[in-house]
Design a protein around this ligand. Structure first.
Ligand SMILES: [Zn+2]
Length: 193
C-alpha cells in the first residue's frame, strides 16, 4: 500500500469515528438546550403596536418549590395560590402607565399542574411552568419599562433572562434577585435601549 493510500485510509477512519461520536454529542447538546436551571426564568417581551406579549418559561420549582403534581393539601394550596397569582398578571408585571395597558388573555401551561398544552419535550424528572401573558394598550410604543414582581411572588426565582423585541430593535437584559428584604420590591425591566 502506498503512503498516500494509507493516509487516506486513516483519514477516512477518523472521519467515521468523528461521525460516530458526533451523533450522541448532538443529542446530548439538544437535551442540554432544553434542560432548565432551577432559579432561572426566561421572559420574552414583544411590544407590537397596541399589544405587549410576555412569554415566560420557568422551571416549576421556581414557582411552587416542587416539580410534580401536588400531593399534600399544603402543596395543593401552594399550586392554587401560584396559579391565582399568575392569572392576575397585571400585578406581576406593572407596565409603564404611559402605555395605558390592560391585561388580556393569560395562558398557562404545565403538565404537572394539568394546565394547558405543555411542551412535550420536557426534560425527564423536571417540569416547567410556561405562560403567555397578553396586554392590550392604547399607547404600547410609549412603554419604557415593566416593573416585575416575580422575585417577590416566587421565592425560588433568582435570575430573569429577558429578551425584548420592540420598534427600537431586539436586546437582552438580565435581572437578579435583590438581596434580603429588597426582594419584596419590584425590579424594573427597562424596555428602551
Ligand atoms: Zn427541574
Amino acid at each position: 500500500m502506498s503512503k498516500t493510500r494509507l493516509r487516506r485510509r486513516i483519514s477516512s477512519g477518523l472521519a467515521l469515528a468523528a461521525a460516530l461520536f458526533a451523533a450522541p454529542f448532538l443529542s446530548a447538546q439538544a437535551q442540554q438546550q432544553h434542560a432548565h436551571v432551577h432559579g432561572q426564568l426566561k421572559l420574552d417581551v414583544a411590544i407590537d403596536g397596541p399589544t405587549v406579549v410576555i412569554d415566560m418559561e420557568s422551571p416549576l420549582d421556581n414557582i411552587v418549590g416542587f416539580e410534580r403534581a401536588p400531593k399534600t393539601d399544603a402543596e395543593k394550596k401552594t399550586a392554587e395560590d401560584a396559579i391565582a397569582q399568575l392569572r392576575a398578571a397585571d400585578k406581576l408585571f406593572a407596565i409603564d402607565p404611559a402605555a395605558n395597558c390592560k391585561l388580556g388573555p393569560v395562558e398557562l401551561r404545565s403538565s404537572a399542574l394539568g394546565l394547558g398544552n405543555p411542551d412535550p419535550a420536557e426534560p425527564a424528572g423536571h417540569a416547567d411552568l410556561d405562560a403567555t401573558f397578553s396586554f392590550n394598550c392604547t399607547h404600547g410604543a410609549a412603554a419604557k419599562f415593566i416593573d416585575v414582581n416575580l422575585f417577590s411572588a416566587f421565592k425560588g426565582t433568582r435570575q430573569i433572562d429577558s429578551q425584548i423585541a420592540s420598534a427600537q430593535g431586539q436586546f437582552k437584559r438580565q435581572l437578579k434577585r435583590p438581596a434580603g428584604a429588597q426582594a419584596a420590591q419590584p425590579v424594573r425591566l427597562n424596555l428602551g435601549k
